[in-house]
Design a protein around this ligand. Structure first.
Ligand SMILES: Cc1cc2nc3c(=O)[nH]c(=O)nc-3n(C[C@H](O)[C@H](O)[C@H](O)COP(=O)(O)OP(=O)(O)OC[C@H]3O[C@@H](n4cnc5c(N)ncnc54)[C@H](O)[C@@H]3O)c2cc1C
Length: 808
């Protein structure tokens, strides 16, 4: 075994081998994979080997498509058969709601290049002869489904990597990982030590143990998973003989089942409700080649549905039941990327669909390690989407929930119950008493809307029970004054003698003067966005930044990686050390004036001003800015004062009929101002010109801000896309995001978010289209629940186009 390597990959399952292959293919050949046993000795060897392109997140779907396209290449490169059978498949709907969901999947497929087609239940039965069409209302055909040999694929990755110069050391167990003072990693094994610049944790079932070696508690947990293999079935033999083809894959969402042919019989796997966690706290090192005891009672309810939906199963015997563990992150997507605070330590774990996702994970991670960027939008897989709130017990609750809902529909207005009331603010109970309906953001409870007694969300793809109540909240803001809790923003404090120079380099905007704020896009080296913030210059060398709450860890990883080494800048993520309240609407100034002795007149405290002031008896930081696009203020207050500040504002607002509004009303309000938000409109694949944030980029400023050269090039060349607002002729449903935008009879763009703008009384969608058609006002259509709706481009904001309210 070599004593030094550029990269040590820990784990020889499908994911580690894919990472190794991609590193070598990308030109890093001084790389070694360490496997404690034979390759495939974790979850990989007993997988059912199914692969498919669809995923709830379109960017993960793209990587799944890439994974499937890769198998031919690694087979050729390695000479190792992968056993790929591209049979195609059917996705089955037993209810109308499921069919609505599937139509959304088909629509997404149009701009992802995934060939999906809605078909009737009878057509599905012609393709998949075992199903009873009477049990289904419709289906979708996917030509890119199939199955493969898990061991063959893993060895093909490893052999291809070896041919490119990488090394694989089997029976080499990593026992400890120690960071040296010079930043290199000592990877200590039962066979000696390797010193490496980079370490990748692809430990699969043991990812937690490998993480713990560097003090990291990863939010992953293994679940038991069962599939059965039947005896040979005459129906299968007859179909094979008649058509000369295998029986295609089927996913029966309502039965929570997947099926495929296995030799002369069938394989049926379940995601059962009565699921079981495996090895809750730690994974035994002596586990590897054994299977778990099957428990037919646990999967009996799923099988009952399966036998009804696929009657031939009732007439056949079960040859084998496989029960094996594999790992999940709380939301079921992988954990990939560099770990904040551990330079050179990377993770590629929590991969629950290694044969659909392993290639994409390897590609993204190797790009990231070599180029400094994953080269794709992988937010849905980024390890930084979790913070320290994702504890072991939280992970346990969410993974069990996610497993049991693997094939369940999640409606756009549906909030899930597990892992809730984890982080709450001091006014939580008061807001609950006012009818707050809660959502969750980065572990924190967030008021979505306020319901009268006895009313709650009815889950639907269409406008629902909240519609008229959200409309009232919007009217409260636009006609008078509303108050919202905004503690879910990320908040950062920056100090130190080097702060201004550092901020000037990290942000693309012009730095604000003391007492002023600026909208601050943050770019990567390639000139694409990596954040959008409000930057406030508090004075006396103190700076305050507010940004997307869900991206706190993501942004801290970036900030810290770019801090000067001399300690001249200090940045702190304030989390819930600072809570937030917002007041907005034409009466907002009068409310603020009543509770503060500061001069809050327009002249003394204009738009984008920031000042420390007391609200009632509480010390606060107040910025004159509002995501509602109205006259408004964001008020930052320590949690011990939040109740008092809230009470003072509510009491002062009484004479103006102040009312509470939640994040759904805020969404409706920002839509009529064309305001985008991080992770929806603003993502790391768009440039500032494309995203319409170029007006906040100080292209000419002296500081050589990160991404400057690329941003200048984007401005010169014009980029490829444009973010646009559209008004939709919708009937009873509004977009939620990821719908295709049609133009001239073809899909040309995609929706990033939208909803109903209650004040303007318009259904609004924000989305990207190619710049060539971005100035067309008509001729667009947006596909919603299987139907194309005419859409017009809306250039000017629907509300306050002249900024009189906001700046007045
Ligand atoms: C019953 C069942 C059916 C499945 N069906 C499918 C399917 O149809 N399609 C699909 O895509 N996925 C399926 N999966 C999931 C799939 O198996 C996993 O997604 C995949 O195997 C994860 O691979 P991995 O490389 O991340 O982890 P693992 O396979 O667990 O590999 C981790 C490797 O790391 C090694 N390792 C760990 N710690 C160390 C250390 N300290 N030193 C050295 N080596 C170490 C282990 O020995 C192991 O070989 C199924 C899983 C099960 C259990």
């Amino acid at each position: 075994m070599k004593s030094h390597a550029k990269v040590v990959v820990i784990g020889g399952g499908v994911v580690g081998c894919s990472v190794l292959f991609h590193l070598a293919r990308h030109g890093w050949t001084d790389v070694v994979l360490l496997e404690r046993d034979e390759l495939t000795s974790g979850s990989t060897w007993h997988a059912a080997g199914g692969m498919h392109t669809i995923n709830g997140d379109p960017n993960v779907a793209k990587l799944q498509k890439y994974t499937i396209s890769l198998y031919k290449e690694i087979e050729e490169l390695s000479g190792q058969a992968t056993g790929v059978h591209l049979t195609g498949g059917v996705l089955l709907a037993a209810t109308e709601a499921r069919l609505d969901w599937l139509r959304g999947v088909v629509a997404k497929g149009r701009y992802l290049g995934i060939d999906l087609e809605e078909i009737s239940a009878n057509e599905a039965a012609e393709l998949m002869p075992l199903l009873d069409p009477k049990q289904f209302v419709g289906a979708v055909r996917n030509k890119e489904d199939g199955h493969l040999d898990p061991s063959g694929v893993t060895h093909a990755y490893a052999k291809a990597a070896r041919k490119l110069g990488a090394e694989v050391e089997r029976f080499t167990k990593v026992e400890d990982i120690v960071r040296r003072p010079d930043g290199l990693w000592r990877v200590i094994t039962n066979k000696g030590e390797v010193v490496a610049e980079h370490v990748v944790n692809a430990g699969g079932l043991w990812a937690r143990e490998v993480g713990r070696m560097v003090g990291l508690e990863l939010p992953v947990l293994a679940m038991e998973h069962m599939y059965l293999i039947t005896e040979d079935m005459p129906e299968v033999a007859a179909w094979n003989a008649k058509t000369g083809t295998e029986i295609i894959h089927a996913v029966d969402f309502d039965g929570e089942l997947y099926l495929r042919q296995e030799r002369g019989g069938m394989l049926m796997g379940t995601y059962e409700k009565a699921n079981k966690v495996w090895s809750e706290f730690s994974t035994p090192w002596n586990f590897g080649h054994e299977l778990l005891e099957p428990d037919i009672d646990r999967i009996a309810p799923s099988l009952e549905v399966g036998f009804r939906h696929f009657p031939a199963f009732e007439r056949t015997g079960i040859k084998q039941i496989v029960n094996g563990p594999f790992t999940f992150a709380p939301d079921g997507n992988p954990l990939v990327g560099p770990v904040r605070g551990l330079p050179g330590f990377w993770v590629a774990c929590g991969v629950m669909a290694g044969f659909s996702q392993g290639g994409g994970v390897g590609l993204a991670l190797s790009n990231w390690m070599i180029e400094g960027d994953p080269g794709a939008d992988i937010w849905a897989m980024d390890v930084a989407r979790y913070g320290d709130w994702a504890t072991m017990a939280y992970t346990n609750a969410k993974v069990r929930e996610n497993y049991s809902r693997r094939f369940s529909i999640r409606f756009p207005n549906e909030e899930l119950p597990a892992g809730r009331q984890l982080k709450t603010t001091p006014i939580y109970d008061w807001l609950s008493a006012k009818g707050a309906q809660w959502g969750v953001s980065y572990g924190l409870e967030v008021p979505l809307w306020y319901a009268p007694e006895g009313v709650k969300d009815e889950f639907s793809w269409r406008r629902s029970s909240d519609f008229s109540h959200v409309a009232n909240e919007v009217a409260t803001v636009r006609d008078g004054v509303g108050l919202a809790e905004i503690s879910n923003f990320a908040k950062y404090k920056v100090t130190g003698e080097g702060a201004a120079a550092w901020l000037d380099r990290i942000f693309a905007c012009k730095l604000p003067r003391p007492g002023r704020m600026a909208l601050a896009p943050m770019l990567k080296d390639d000139g694409k966005l990596i954040g959008d913030f409000t930057l406030a210059n508090i004075g006396d060398g103190e700076w305050f930044i507010a940004g997307s709450g869900i991206a706190e860890q993501y942004h801290m990883r970036w900030f810290e990686a770019h801090l000067p080494q001399d300690g001249s800048v200090c940045i702190e993520a304030l989390g819930q050390k600072l809570t937030g309240l917002a007041i907005a609407g034409p009466k907002a100034r009068e409310v603020l004036a009543k509770v503060s002795r500061a001069d809050v007149s327009n002249a003394a405290f204009p738009f984008m001003g920031v000042a420390k002031m007391d609200i009632g008896m509480t010390p606060c930081l107040v910025g004159r800015v509002s995501y509602t696009g109205d006259l408004g203020y964001e008020i930052w207050v320590a949690p011990e004062y939040q109740r008092a500040a809230f009470q003072a504002l509510m009491a002062a607002g009484e004479e103006f009929d102040i009312g509470l509004f939640g994040s759904r009303a805020l969404n409706a309000l920002r839509l009529e101002k064309n305001y985008g938000s991080w992770a929806r409109e603003y993502r790391p694949i768009y440039g500032p010109l494309e995203a319409g944030l170029d007006r906040f980029v100080a292209y000419g400023k002296e500081a050589d801000f990160i991404g400057k050269a690329a941003a200048l090039a984007e401005r010169k060349q014009g980029g490829k896309l444009r973010l646009r607002t559209f008004i939709l002729d919708a009937d009873d449903a509004d977009v939620i995001g990821d719908e295709p935008i049609w133009f001239g009879g073809a899909v040309r763009g995609w929706v990033t978010s939208g909803g109903y703008a209650h004040h303007a009384k318009k259904s609004v969608a924000l989305g990207y289209v190619p710049k060539e058609i971005a100035d067309e006002s008509d001729g667009f259509e947006i596909e919603l629940l299987g139907k194309r709706h005419a859409a017009r481009m809306q250039a000017a904001p629907l509300f306050d186009a002249n900024f009189e309210r906001m700046r007045g």
